[in-house]
Design a protein around this ligand. Sequence first.
Ligand code: MN
Length: 428
Amino acid sequence: MSLSANIINRKSWLEVATISDFPIQNIPFGVFLTKENVVTVGTRIGDFAIDLGALQQLNYFDGIDLTDDMFLQDTLNDFISDGKKTWRLVRNRIADIFDEKNPKLRENKNHKDVVIFKMDEVEMQLPVLIGDYTDFYSNKTHAINTGKIRNNPSENGLLPNWLHIPIGYHGRSSTIIPSGIAVNRPMGQYLPEGETTPVFGPSRMVDFELETAFITTDANIMGERIPINEAEDYIFGMVLMNDWSTRDIQKWESAPLGPFLSKNFATSISPWIITMDALEPFRTKGPKQDPAPFPYLQFKGKHNFDINLEVSLLPENGQETILSKTNSKYTYWSMIQQLVHHTSNGCRVNSGDMMGSGTISGTSPDSLGSMIEITWGGKNPIKLNDGTERKFLNDGDTVTIKGYSKNNGVRIGFGEVTSKLLPPFVRK
Ligand code: MN
């Protein structure tokens, strides 16, 4: 089936700014709350939110086999469960409805009134009910940097398993939040520098991790392994992700089972899921894998994606500083390798599961994806544009991650994930 939604010279009758992340070629999926307090599945073109539930009730999806309440939901899970064929049919149809050459909805004011909202009139929700969340550690530069910072005795910072196995840990889905929701500085146990006895208190090393994540559809039954040449069929799309972390708590708690409370207090994601179909023009090869991975992880073709990423910090009453610019294409273990490895023991993956990439760092100092790398564990504080310094994040700091792909004049963006760090939670 063709990806007619991706036609480069297609234009919408809705106004779209030239630098918009959301031209008619994007057509992401999300969930929003309208002014009338109705939750609905939707898409976005330019700065307009489009109610897919209303479009379906007005029969704009006639001829596509959908359940009656497919979009009258507060999550995308049912739609994602329906599989790639349905995603493509719906996305192509939306492109057709909003094509400048199609007068059907364009000339129907009554329909437009119930279908189209301004973005600033809606409130974005979490797009999926995330059943399980796994975070990988798939960027080689980040793995080397953090290995060195933690004084790993091996000479290049990489543990011996890293080049053979996509390392990951099971996160916690209960604290995944959409962009805009603030996060409290967590309490926890850590061992202050030079001490031998741990303390319990507010973390003093709150950090962000610049990541992307992908959302899956139902992939297998328990026990079944996904072959790598099928894996991409089970990936619905991608979001930006800030994997909030506390380095002091992480260091103290991580031996021997890995991170636990240092990372599960909050994970922020951008609210629009950009489909793999929309990202199709931005395929690229990933870094060369040496040694060659096991056969079950070997693949042909281009399965990394060229997505420009940026993270900035805005202090309270301060001035924004761009901390880093990097790119998703630097990821060593590709998304299909992550997914295949995840099911290689028969672990079941469901519709709405989320898998994070791991911190995405480039090799230059201005392309690092976390404060622990930027300040080298707090040893080299950075100066912000407002003259203040940071080793890690201060209360009142807002962290924003943005991302977009661009070629042949088409820009497919993710929007942003932004979130403010608040002081520790106080029970009222
Ligand atoms: Mn992470």
